[in-house]
Design a protein around this ligand. Structure first.
Ligand code: CO
Length: 158
């Protein structure tokens, strides 16, 4: 396993749509292992592949509930309920926190690293983390979801 460099806000790659994973191979396993190590080292709750420079639909999430990291490959949001407003940050924008509205509960369909499909339901922080990371796969950043638009948070800011 190896640490990967985390891309910061302002880099074009964070604005691109990611491609589906089609090969559930050793390369994917290495990417996911590296992402988990990078996430842990950065003390974050979630990391998406584009944040380490890979335009692939893969994310890792660890809300530190003792259940370990969740790997989602080609994740698709299938259901969402309620809403929650809370502070949110991103490893690509160190020190920046904004109030973002998210669903209170989400259900996601995804594949594991071996290509096996599964479903995960997340509440609260897990729901927030899942939505944040799935957004990354579409090139959407949490600052786009802030209700009051603060001019200096506009796109393109380094
Ligand atoms: Co993020």
């Amino acid at each position: 396993m190896a640490l990967r460099e985390i891309v910061k806000f302002g880099e074009d790659i964070l604005r691109k749509k990611c491609r589906e994973v089609t090969s559930f191979d050793e390369k994917l396993a290495i990417l996911l292992d590296d992402m988990k190590e990078t996430l842990q080292s950065a003390d974050g709750v979630g990391l998406a592949a584009p944040q380490v420079g890979m335009l692939r639909r893969a994310v890792v999430i660890d809300i530190r509930d003792g259940k370990g990291a969740i790997e989602l490959v080609n994740p698709v949001l299938v259901e969402q309920y309620g809403n929650q407003v809370g502070n949110e940050g991103c490893l690509s924008a160190p020190g920046e926190w904004c109030e973002v509205e998210r669903p209170m509960r989400v259900k996601v369909k995804a594949f594991d690293r071996h290509g096996k499909e599964f479903t995960v339901t997340g509440d609260g922080l897990l729901a927030r983390a899942i939505c944040h990371e799935l957004d990354h796969l579409e090139g959407i950043l949490f600052i786009d979801r802030v209700k009051q638009d603060i001019p200096e948070r506009a796109e393109g800011r380094k």
